[in-house]
Write a protein that binds this ligand. Structure first.
Ligand SMILES: Cc1cc2nc3c(=O)[nH]c(=O)nc-3n(C[C@H](O)[C@H](O)[C@H](O)COP(=O)(O)OP(=O)(O)OC[C@H]3O[C@@H](n4cnc5c(N)ncnc54)[C@H](O)[C@@H]3O)c2cc1C
Length: 453
């Protein structure tokens, strides 16, 4: 009799691929692995694309990776190194308010006034008093927080910044990273997104040749039966006592049994699966509700015949006070050889959601118009533009208002379904670092179970 464990992973994004890779690396007994992916490609929200007009790349999804190695172990950076990938540091400190480039505190004083400068410094001190670099690093990962008090809203903290210009500066600085409005997130997550701009808390990098190298290299190394275009629609306890997983492929629904199933899906995809049996269905509804704080992105990326803005602004990204505060990446800065210019607008929150209804041409025009005249004329330099809509794709309060113990986050129904796990960035911090932490937690758990049995 073949007693090899049958494991399936549902979702071929970074979370599913990382879990598959770690399981293959850590397991000391053979198992069979099936990976179901709904679309025709692996990689999920890591998407490095190319323009048609010129040889130039851009990130349509995740743009930056976070480097915590100066504070503690950094599993993502270690993984990137292990996969043999090179990295490019990225950074930017400029915020454009009313067409003025504010790059440092002297500029704040000059353009916003001494009172705004004082209010900003005071906010900065209180954010740093609240969360130190090592607390930031451990944030949301403590082993067993059974109950912590409900988070208060970030707008309450911002309201204490008594100076309107200083408040506007902070909101513009962080709106795109938050991907939501201050009243829809917690003080902790808001403060995190403010503090990430300080290099003592983290540094930023991207992967040479495009971030999608990460998921490509993971996919190359896993040993799994990868089923593209397979949408998992239904799951629950089967008659044989195992987990029955039903998926649709080319209009045909088939069901298979597995010993273990791992749902590596963002929270907003979970309600699309029918979980059988009242107990499992209720647990998955509760899991979804715990994390149901959707946040939104919209990316507009434009290719120009040259990087005309560089004489005024030469950074990997800057923040702009348009669309409720957005980040503009100089995508062309990732590739020093590239003669062309590429700017990527990352809109977040409500403006991203509402503007998703506009057609691509209108969005590209709005992006071009949003650039301050001081940077130079964008219109004549335009070659090609693309739009990527990401409604509800990230989380506004990762971990939930009252974070649950790590084991419960990853095993929604331990009593009746100890063989069903979830992996996701929304359980920690809405980033690739967080999804790797989640994948690692589940892989280590499963491997220690395999060793025990
Ligand atoms: C615009 C944008 C910018 C971002 N920027 C950053 C950044 O700069 N840095 C950072 O760290 N993070 C960033 N993120 C977040 C990052 O993309 C996520 O942390 C990461 O993609 C999460 O991986 P995942 O595998 O959990 O989900 P996903 O990447 O969403 O992958 C899930 C996969 O599951 C598949 N799937 C869905 N339903 C089913 C089903 N029923 N059956 C089978 N397969 C299914 C999907 O097709 C998808 O391939 C960004 C996200 C967005 C949207």
């Amino acid at each position: 009799m073949n007693d090899m464990k049958r494991i399936c992973i549902i979702g071929g994004g970074p979370g599913g691929l990382m879990t598959a890779y770690l399981l293959s690396k850590m397991a000391n007994s053979p198992f069979s692995l099936t990976l179901f992916e709904a679309t025709d490609r692996l990689g999920g929200k890591i998407r490095t694309l190319r323009f048609q007009e010129r040889q130039a790349r851009y990130e349509a999804g995740a743009a930056e990776l976070y480097d915590y190695s100066s504070v503690g172990n950094d599993p993502l950076k270690e993984l990137v190194e292990e996969l043999g990938l090179s990295i490019v540091p990225i950074g930017g400190s400029s915020v454009i308010l009313d067409e003025q480039i504010i790059a440092n505190m002297d500029d704040v004083r000059a353009h916003l006034g001494a009172k705004a400068c004082e209010a900003l410094l005071s906010f900065d001190r209180s954010a740093k008093d609240m969360i130190s670099p090592s607390e930031y690093y451990l944030g949301g990962h403590e082993a067993q927080i059974a109950v912590s008090p409900p988070a208060s809203r970030f707008d309450a903290l911002l309201g204490k910044v008594g100076q309107a210009a200083a408040r506007r500066y902070i909101e513009t600085l962080i709106h795109s990273d938050l991907a939501t409005e201050p009243e829809r997130t917690s003080v902790e997550y808001g403060a995190h997104n403010y503090l990430m701009n300080d290099s003592r808390y983290m540094q930023l990098y991207c992967i040479e040749g495009g971030n999608e190298q990460l998921t490509r290299e993971l996919a190359r190394r896993i040993s799994a039966d990868v089923r593209l275009n397979h949408v998992v629609t239904d799951m629950g306890r089967g008659e044989d006592g195992k987990l029955a997983v039903a998926c649709r492929h080319q209009g045909v629904v088939r069901e298979e049994s597995f010993d273990i199933a791992i749902l590596a899906l963002p929270n907003n995809y979970l309600p699309h699966i029918n979980f059988r049996g009242e107990r499992l269905a209720a647990a998955m509804r509760a899991h979804h509700a715990q994390h149901d704080h959707p946040a939104h992105y919209l990316r507009i990326t434009v290719l120009f015949d040259r990087p005309f803005w560089r004489t005024k602004l030469d950074e990997s990204f800057f923040m702009l006070d348009r669309f409720g505060g957005c980040c503009v990446y100089d995508e062309s800065a990732r590739d020093p050889e590239m003669p062309y210019g590429v700017l990527g607008w990352l809109l977040g929150g409500q403006p991203a959601l509402e503007m998703s209804d506009l057609d691509d041409a209108a969005l590209i025009e709005a992006a071009l118009k949003s650039l301050p005249a001081t940077l130079g004329e964008a219109g004549p330099r335009f070659l090609e533009g693309h739009v990527h809509r990401w409604p509800a794709a990230v989380n506004a309060i990762p971990g939930g208002l009252v974070p649950r113990a790590q084991s419960l986050r990853h095993q929604p129904e331990p009593a009746g379904h100890p063989d069903l796990f979830v992996v996701g960035d929304y359980l920690y911090d809405s980033t690739l670092n967080g999804v790797l932490d989640s994948a690692e937690y589940v892989a280590e758990w499963l491997v220690s179970e395999m060793i025990r049995s």
